[in-house]
Write a protein of this length. Structure first.
Length: 516
C-alpha cells in the first residue's frame, strides 16, 4: 500500500512484458496466483478492503473482470489452486478454507482453524498433485509446518512439525516431497517427505542456508527448485538441483540481484522463471534445458553439477570459490561477442565441447582453475586466455582446433600434467596461436604428450618447462611443419628449462631457433 496502485497485470508475448492494467486498493497485496489452465487468478490483500478480500478475476489480455469473491473483513495471507484447478485454498491469519471453482465462481466447501499454530505466512500454501493434501506454513508464536487431508468435503490435520518459522512451501509434482523455506534458522532450506501421515526431513538436503528463504518452488515436473532469498549471502536468486537418488542439493545458477527476492516461481508451462523484488519483477527464460545469462556474475558456494546448457552473453563470470564445477551432464556456451571468465574452479566431467565458444568473437578466460579431462575435449572456436595457474590433467586429450589464440598471460602458467595430451590442430594454417606475453608466461609440460598437425607450432617469448616423461610429436617433417622453439629473433627467444628428471622423446620435425 502507498502511492500508486497495488495490483498490476502484465501481458507477455514471449519476449516483452507490457502493462495491461492496474488496480488500487487500500492495502498491500499479499498473494496472487493464476489458475493452472484458465485465464483466472485469485487475489488476496494484506488487510480488509472495501468489498471482497478474496477475489477471483478473469483477464482476457485487455479487460479485467471480477467474477467471484468472499468477504473476510480481514487480510488473506495465501491462496493456492489445486493442480487440476477445481479447488482453491485460502489462508487468513488462523483459518484455512477450501472452495470449489467453476466458471469464475468459488463456493465454500470446508474450513478448519489452526489457531495456536502460528500465523499463516504469505504465499506458504500448496496442494499435493492428487489434491488429497494441503500444506500450510506459519510463522510467529506456535509457528509450524502443517499438512491437512482433504477428502472432497472436509479438512483434517494429518501431520505437523512445530518450532520452525515457515516462509515458503512447494509440493513436488507427482511425488511426496515438500520444499520448505524458513527464517530464523541455520538451515533455512529443507526438504520434507510426507508419507503415512508423517513428515520426515531429508537431512542430506541441508546446505547451511542462513538467509531467510522467501521462495523455494519446484520447477514443474523436474528435480529443480527456483530460489528467492533475503540479502546477506552474496546471492538472492537462482536454481538448485535436488538429486532424486541422494536428495543432495547442488546449485545450478545462483547470483545476486542486489536486493531481497520476496517471491520466485516458474511459469505453469515450466519455460520461464519469475522473481519479485522491491518495485520490480524479472522474467527469465528456460529454453528446454537451456538457461540464458546476460552480464551475470555467478558465485558457487559448494560443488555444482551443471545438468543444463548455460548460455553466457555479454561479460559473465563464474567464481567457483575452489569448488567443483561438474560439466559431465551439462554444457557452458559463450555467445557471439561475449566473454566468460571462470575462476577458482575445479572443472570436472570435461569432454567433447562441454565448455565452448559458439562464435569466433567469443572468448573464455580461465583463472586459477584445474581441468580434469573426463574424455577427449575440443576447443574449436574463439579465443582462450590463461590467467594465474591453470592445470590440465587426466589421460585424455585437449584438442585445440580454434583458429584464434590461446594466450598465457603475464605471471601465469598453463600446466599439462599426468598423462594428458595437448593436440595443436588449428582450423587455419597458423603455427603461432599459443601466445606467451613474456618470460613470466609459462607453459609447463609434465608427464604428457604435446603434438601438432602438419601446421606445426612456433613457441616464442615465454618460458617452457619440460619435466618427467614428455613426448613432442609433429605430424610433419619439413621446416614449415615442425615444432619450433624460438623464431631466430633474440627478443622473441623462448626460455627453455629442462628438469633433471626429464625423459624427452621427439617425433617428427623439430627446430631450436633461439639466438641466445
Amino acid at each position: 500500500a502507498g502511492t500508486g496502485n497495488e495490483l498490476y497485470i502484465y501481458n507477455f508475448n514471449g519476449s516483452i512484458l507490457s502493462l495491461g492494467t492496474s488496480v488500487g486498493f487500500t492495502a498491500a497485496v499479499n498473494c496472487v496466483r493464476w489458475h493452472p489452465s484458465q485465464n483466472y487468478f485469485a487475489f488476496g490483500p494484506s488487510a480488509a478492503i472495501t468489498g471482497n478480500e478474496l477475489r477471483i478475476y478473469s483477464w482476457d489480455g485487455t479487460t479485467l473482470t471480477q467474477t467471484g469473491g468472499i468477504s473476510f473483513a480481514t487480510g488473506v495471507a495465501s491462496v493456492s489452486w489445486s493442480k487440476d484447478g477445481n479447488y482453491l485454498s485460502a489462508a487468513t491469519t488462523t483459518m484455512l478454507y477450501v472452495y470449489s471453482f467453476s466458471a469464475g465462481v468459488i463456493t465454500l466447501v470446508t474450513s478448519i482453524s489452526f489457531s495456536g499454530s502460528g500465523t499463516a505466512s504469505v504465499s506458504a500454501l500448496d496442494w499435493s498433485t492428487d489434491g488429497s493434501y494441503i500444506v500450510l506454513g506459519t510463522n510467529g508464536v506456535g509457528s509450524s509446518l502443517n499438512v491437512y487431508s482433504f477428502n472432497g468435503s472436509t479438512l483434517s490435520l494429518n501431520s505437523s512439525i512445530s518450532g520452525i518459522s515457515v516462509r515458503s512451501v512447494s509440493w513436488k509434482q507427482n511425488e511426496n516431497l515438500i520444499a520448505v523455506g524458513l527464517d530464523g534458522s541455520t538451515e533455512n532450506l529443507r526438504i520434507y517427505e510426507h508419507a503415512s501421515g508423517l513428515l520426515s526431513e531429508k537431512i542430506a538436503s541441508r546446505i547451511g542456508l542462513t538467509a531467510t528463504c522467501y521462495a523455494a518452488r519446484w520447477i514443474n515436473g523436474s528435480d529443480y527448485l527456483v530460489l528467492g532469498l533475503a540479502t546477506g549471502l552474496g546471492y538472492e536468486f537462482g536454481t538448485l538441483y535436488v538429486s532424486p537418488a541422494s536428495y543432495k542439493i547442488y546449485p545450478v545458477v545462483i547470483f545476486s540481484t542486489g536486493t531481497t527476492v520476496l517471491d520466485a516461481m516458474p511459469s505453469n508451462n515450466g519455460q520461464y522463471l519469475l522473481n519479485a523484488m522491491g518495485s520490480s519483477i524479472n522474467l527469465y527464460r528456460i529454453n528446454g534445458s537451456d538457461l540464458y545469462f546476460y552480464d551475470t556474475s555467478l558465485i558457487l558456494n559448494s560443488d555444482s553439477v551443471i545438468s543444463q546448457n548455460f548460455n553466457m552473453y555479454g561479460n559473465c563470470k563464474i567464481d567457483a570459490r575452489g569448488n567443483i564445477l561438474d560439466l559431465q551432464t551439462g554444457q557452458i556456451q559463450v555467445g557471439e561477442n561475449s566473454n566468460l571468465k571462470i575462476k577458482n574452479a575445479k572443472i570436472s566431467g570435461l569432454y567433447s565441447t562441454r565448455l565452448k565458444n559458439i562464435a569466433n568473437s567469443s572468448s573464455i578466460t580461465l583463472q586459477n582453475c584445474e581441468m580434469d579431462l573426463y574424455g577427449d575435449y575440443t576447443f574449436d572456436a574463439g579465443s582462450l586466455l590463461i590467467k594465474s595457474d591453470v592445470v590440465i590433467s587426466g589421460t585424455n586429450a585437449l584438442n585445440y582446433t580454434s583458429r584464434f589464440t590461446c594466450s598465457i598471460d603475464k605471471n601465469s602458467s598453463l600446466s599439462i600434467n599426468n598423462g594428458a595430451k595437448f593436440n595443436y590442430a588449428p582450423s587455419a594454417a597458423r603455427n603461432n596461436l599459443i601466445y606467451m606475453y613474456d618470460k613470466s608466461s609459462v607453459l609447463y609440460l609434465n608427464n604428457c604428450t604435446f603434438s601438432t598437425t602438419t601446421t606445426g607450432i612456433l613457441l616464442t617469448n615465454g618460458t617452457l618447462i619440460l619435466d618427467n616423461n614428455v613426448s613432442l610429436s609433429c605430424a610433419g617433417l619439413a621446416s614449415s611443419e615442425s615444432i619450433k622453439f624460438g623464431s631466430g629473433v633474440v627478443t622473441h627467444d623462448l626460455n627453455v628449462i629442462l628438469d633433471s628428471a626429464l625423459n624427452l622423446n621427439i617425433y617428427g620435425g623439430f627446430e631450436y631457433n633461439n639466438v641466445s
